[in-house]
Write a new protein. Structure first.
Length: 105
């Protein structure tokens, strides 16, 4: 089961999800997903993001903590990323500390 929050969604506050989540809206708050998380191309996140597996396609201003993370070519991250496994595509932007490996997760 998965949830999709489209680009017309605006949230002020924290968002928690126990299943897979595709988030393509705007949020001023933290996102915590127990499943797979996709931060879509239209997303604008101002807060920390936590997920077991994440695909970041949009804008994140905050820290990320992931088991596995893929940062796509359209992603813009301003903040620290901590993950066990990282895949970053050419063109992606990451401004902040990055810690990768088993000791990081």
């Amino acid at each position: 089961m998965s949830s999709h929050l489209s680009n017309d969604i605006r949230i002020e506050g924290n968002l928690s999800c126990s299943s897979d989540l595709i988030f393509d809206g705007a949020i001023k708050g933290n996102i915590n997903s127990k499943g797979n998380l996709t931060v879509g191309k239209n997303a604008d996140v101002e807060g920390d993001v936590t997920a077991d597996r994440a695909v970041i396609e949009g804008k994140v201003s905050g820290n990320g903590k992931f088991g596995h993370c893929r940062i796509t070519t359209t992603a813009q991250i301003s903040g620290s990323v901590t993950t066990v496994s990282l895949q970053m595509e050419e063109g992606a932007s990451l401004s902040g500390d990055c810690r990768v490996g088993k000791a990081a997760g």
